[in-house]
Structure formats: structure tokens, C-alpha cells
Design a protein around this ligand. Sequence first.
Ligand code: FDP
Length: 338
Amino acid sequence: MISINSTSIESSRIAQPIGTALDRFIKNNQSQFAFASGELSQLLRDIALASKVVNREVNKAGLIDIMGANGSTNNTGDQQQKLDVLANIRFTRALAKGGEVAALISEESESFVDLNNDAKYVIAIDPLDGSSNIDVNVSIGTIFSIYRRKTLAGMPIQEADILQKGSEQVAAGYILYGSSTMLVYTTGHGVNGFTYEPSLGEYFLSHPHMEIPLNGKIYSVNEGSANSFDDGMKGYLQYCKDCSYTGRYIGSLVADFHRNLLKGGIYIYPPTAKDPKGKLRLMYECNALAFVAEQAGGKASDGMGNRILDIQPTGLHQRTPFFVGSMEMVQKAESFYK
Ligand code: FDP
């Protein structure tokens, strides 16, 4: 008979520990929130739950009829893919059922969605980012930003509740449906990453206290548009080449951002002839990633010296040029605009 005392169980190498589950982590860290009533914790759990459902659907996309275009375009003019629509439904339902969200802003809806007037939070979400990669089995993601509403719970939602600066986010993050599925988020106390264990149906803490390297050698930009870049961007691109940096562009913002967060690098979507204000959406793409980047020690700006988190949104689907990543790389890129 084998006898194992409690110390040897802790240090046993027979079974590797799998780490802290997301639910436990959220609970343990709840007291860090400014208003620790448990609602924000529940909201984060609702997002995690919906992401598991979306993950399941993304993983079997090739087997059932959910790939390809839906036949319509969303309010920003992108072709809606069936999975985009499905993911939007999954997240909206989970957040509506959870009851913690007063209003939801989504890439897929022209106006905001009124959910529960008695709730305290407003959420901006891109349910499935990187749509053009869905059909070809390349990593895609979900991006979310959470704000506390400005008006009192119980009142109808006002513009001031919706159009908040990124600096007002109380939590933000993303889910990456990649070679493994990860949820990365911040509540303003650093950044932590969780990897999904499909057989247990749970996210586990795999990347505690994520920090982006101060500098890096990866630049991520769609060089196909280079002819229409402004002189600042052309100059920086040449600088990257002169330094023999590595070009890596998946074309899925979450995946490109995540790689650069781990390895050090810069992601840029500059103004182009087609999108003179940049292509990416401030409220449900850039703000969340800017918050994560800053919390990890990085930087996010519009390239012209304006911090993304300080931009006052004037519309739900507003676009902005986006420069994000390692602190020194973003600073260097900005220097080409001075
Ligand atoms: P997509 O259009 O495929 O949804 O936000 C939209 C986004 O992808 C980002 O994920 C991605 O980084 C970027 O647009 C790709 O745009 P380009 O094809 O113009 O490079």
C-alpha cells in the first residue's frame, strides 16, 4: 500500500498542478474592485461562459453550416459572417441573462442594446474580431470593455453612460480562439491570462502578471496598403526594415496583439486612402487593447501623440488610427510624426 502524506501530495511530480481556475481567481481578487459588490465578478463570469459556447462553435465551424457570409453587412460596412452573428447572439444572451449589464454596444448593432436599466455596467464588445479569417481556420477573437454607468441605476441609459473615454474602463480584455483558447483581462491591477482546458470546461491561470517587453523586433501592419500610408508611417516602416525587424501580420487584431504582448512588438493600423481615420473601432476594439497594453507596461496611441484612452468618443462606431505594443516601439513610431 502506498502512503502519501499531505506534504508529498503538494510536491508530488506524478500529477502536475493545473493552477487556479478563473472563477476562483475572480473571487479571490474581487476586493480590488472599487465597488466590490460581486456584480462585476458575475459579469466577467458571464463573458467567460459565453466565450466557451463561442469557442465550441468556432471549433466545429468546418463541420456545420456556420462558415461564410451571412449575406448582409454590419453598420461599419463589413460583410457579416454567420459566426459573427452567432457570437453576437451568444454574448448578448449571456449578458442579458446575467442581468449585470444596462446597455451593450456591439460591432454588430447600429445602436446600443438596452438590457437592464437596474444594472450598473455598460459593455462594449466585438463578439468576433478578425472575421476575414473565420473561413480559413486562422485565429480570431472577442474583445470587451466594461464601464460603470454614470447615471443612477434604474434610470434610462443616457449618452454619458455610453460615450465614455477608455480611461473610464473598469475592466477589459479579450478571448483568443487560437491553437489554444485564452482569456486575457485586466481590472486595472495588472494583466492575467487564462488558458481554456476543454476537457474540464474551465479556464486556468496560465499567464499571471503579464508584462510586455519594453522593446521588441516584431512589427505588424498590412503592408499591402503601404502606398497610401502618410509620410510618418512610410518613414517608420523603412526604419523597421533598416533594423531588420520581423514582419508578422495575421490580420486578426487579437492574435497579432497577443503575440506582440508575449514577445514584444508593435501593431499598427494607420490612416490609409481607404480608411483615412484608420479602420479600427475605438469603443470595442482599441480601448480594451489599449487598457490591457498599458496595464502590461506598454503604450497605445493614435500615432499623433494622443493616448487612445484619452480620446472622447463622439459615436459608437468611431474609428481611430491605432499604434499599440511595446513602449519604446510605439514611442519610436510616434517620433516619425513629429
Ligand atoms: P477583420 O476586418 O477581418 O474583422 O477589426 C477588424 C480587423 O479584421 C482586425 O482584426 C484586423 O487586424 C484588421 O481588421 C485587418 O484589416 P486589413 O485586412 O485591412 O489588414
